[in-house]
Design a protein around this ligand. Sequence first.
Ligand code: APR
Length: 252
Amino acid sequence: MTADDEFERALERAAVRLGVAERVCVLTGAGVSAESGVPTFRASDGLWEGHRIEDVASPFGFQRDPQLVWTFYNARRANVATVKPNAGHHALKAMEDRWGDRFTLVTQNVDGLHRAAGSKNVLEIHGSLHRTRCTLCREIADRGLEPLPELPACHCGAMLRPDIVWFHENLPEDIWEAAITAAHQCDVLLVVGTSAVVHPAASLVPIAKRSKSPGATVIEVNLTPTEASAFADIGLYGPSGQVLPRLVEQLG
Ligand code: APR
């Protein structure tokens, strides 16, 4: 059997499992936005656009040099302002249309592209580039992608930070609880474009797998196998911007 035949068979099996699923949960990572032109995180040099991850994505980095952190996030905001959702995001929106509120999209991405594609039931477990959070009064504000000052301040006078979950920080409790519930209850978990190495996000995969007998069917969509592959019943290896529309088409 050729690799193409194997892929087509896997696609058919995935569509059959999805076709009978009562509830569907999706976990997405940076790979789903790669075809829109948003860079993924784990470059081989261990740097994040030239910065050490600790310097730009940790509370200690922000304490040390808030200006550097804001320069980094303002550049990410400016980049995201120039990109559009791709066919993968649109396919996930089409799935939400099919399952309605029995479909939950959990994303580690902060780029807002799922919402831009029209997805509504989105749990942004790592926050959003669109939002700021006050370091003092904690107010969260949706600033869209408008350019922000080099060091933006809250109306209360204190410094603002991006409303992003950094390394060494906890996920927002209510959003994380909702994600766990969706993983527990789903019949199919689609794991799309994530290396599945960052926890607790990646733990949604074993949670879905072990939640009920015989466990959710886990379908992985990625360019390559990942840490999640050991839990995957079906692997669809290829770009999500091509694989997800094929899956929707196969679902009919
Ligand atoms: N289609 C499908 N998968 C893709 C594509 C594509 N077009 N391009 C890349 N990928 C896959 C890669 O093979 C890799 O497995 O996307 C994954 C990207 O992995 P990471 O860069 O590690 O991104 P992610 O898993 O989202 O990182 C998780 O880590 O840095 C933190 O908080 C940040 O949310 C992020 C978290």
